[in-house]
Design a protein. Structure first.
Length: 428
């Protein structure tokens, strides 16, 4: 296992530039991979930017008293950078969307900013020798810090079910997070490789990391199955995901798991509810009558999980990225229904900032459009620690113990990626 991670890199002749830290790396595979990447099959394509080629780095933090104004200014800056024709890659945290809705920003912990992105000229985008293949890593024990949250989480599920029964909300996305010691700096390339090895996904990004002198900096690495927004010309597409089942250990058991997920009234209802929210969000930014559902509740296989996916498409009223994000942030699948009230419940129960997790990852290219993904499988390295988060959608018939098991299952890919990094000397 000690040689596992190094074997995931395609063998290439290393140049002086290859040895430098990477400002960001974006990777993808399959039908819905990052649009600016090319390459068929299950071998990921990848691009990156060396720090010396980046034109600028934008780092934004929201103030509690001026959250909405700060979020609007952030969107204006992002819009200007995209309109200027740069390749732009980065992430926006969950709290950017919360601030746009005028909600409280959560706890005071500020290990990382609320948004970060890098810009570079299109010709500065380099191919990256990255071949993340599914490692089939053994399950990792749930960390004590996460395991201790079991009772609290299940009590919160009961609370949400009660509030659903009272008619306050229909669904709430409830998450848990754990912080683990990780004193060694991790570079972007290693982080995104480990995430893709633990769970290959269509979209992944790592941004930040050590500077050119090797000093430690914050690093956010996230993988996503869920396409939040795909903008190509005046067309926007979203592919919300709700509904989860573990893969079977044999083809027969795997087929049974897929069929059971597709037939589950609970999972289909949860997915359909989110699709309706995503459709309503898009209608705020699209021409009247142009928004329609193209796919509903289709089982999709990933390395360790089955998910139910749907697809909604619309025609944009304007070319403004800021207008689109103002209408849709945060992603419907990580909030609940109705969105704003569900976000109030999230703030009351979680009492912390989600940060990059449940926000959005993005890559914009002047010739190839813009892709936004929901930040789901997320590792946040800062101040000698790493935070891993996971969650589940709570509905009227949710069972607390089942929702907790689903949350722990979703945390596995982040824990396995961390284990792969540590095996390779990127941690203790």
């Amino acid at each position: 296992m000690g040689k596992l991670l190094s074997a995931l890199y395609a063998p290439t002749e290393q140049t002086a530039a290859d040895a430098l830290p990477w400002a960001w790396v974006a990777a993808g595979l399959g039908a819905h991979r990052w649009s600016i990447l090319a390459g068929p099959g299950e071998v990921a394509s990848a691009v990156g930017v060396h720090q010396q080629d980046a034109v600028a780095q934008r780092v934004r933090s929201l103030r509690r008293r001026h959250g909405r104004a700060d979020a609007e200014a952030l969107l204006a800056d992002l819009q200007a950078d995209v309109a200027a024709g740069w390749v732009v890659a980065g992430w926006l945290g969950y709290e950017v969307g919360a601030a746009l809705e005028g909600l409280p920003l959560g706890g005071e912990e500020r290990n990382v900013p609320d948004a970060m992105w890098w810009l570079c000229a299109p010709q500065a985008v380099h191919p990256v020798a990255l071949r993340p293949l599914f490692a089939g890593a053994a399950p990792v024990a749930t960390p004590p810090g996460l395991a201790r949250q079991s009772r609290r989480y299940q009590a919160q599920v009961d609370t949400i079910v009660g509030r659903i029964a009272d008619g306050e909300v229909y669904q709430v996305n409830l998450t848990a997070a754990t912080s683990l010691r990780h004193p060694v700096a991790v570079d972007a390339r290693a982080a995104v490789t480990a995430l893709m090895a633990a769970q290959p996904v269509p979209m992944a990004i790592a941004i930040g990391g050590a500077d050119h002198q090797g000093r430690r900096g914050e690093l956010v690495a996230a993988g996503s199955m869920e396409q939040f927004l795909r903008v190509a010309g005046d067309t926007v597409t979203t592919r919300p995901i709700k509904g989860t089942a573990p893969r079977g250990r044999s083809p027969a058991l795997d087929g049974m798991a897929r069929d059971a997920l597709a037939a589950s009234a609970k999972e289909r209802a949860e997915n359909t509810m989110i699709v309706d929210m995503a459709r309503n969000d898009l209608q705020r930014a699209c021409l009247s009558g142009s928004v329609h559902v193209e796919v509903l509740c289709q089982p999709a296989p990933y390395a360790t999980l089955w998910h139910l996916e749907s697809q909604v498409r619309g025609q944009l009223r304007s070319a403004s990225v800021a207008d689109l994000l103002r209408a849709t942030l945060p992603p419907a699948s990580v909030t609940g229904c109705p969105k704003v009230q569900a976000m109030h419940v999230v703030a009351q129960l979680e009492r912390r900032r989600r940060g990059p997790y449940c926000g959005t990852l993005f890559v914009a290219h002047p010739k190839h459009g813009i892709d936004f993904a929901v930040a789901i499988r997320t590792l946040v390295f800062a101040r000698g620690r790493v935070q891993i988060s996971a969650g589940a959608g709570i509905v009227a018939d949710s069972q607390p113990d089942q929702e907790w098991r689903e949350t722990c299952l979703k945390a596995q890919s982040g824990l396995q990626a961390l284990q792969l990094l540590r095996v390779q000397g990127h941690g203790d």
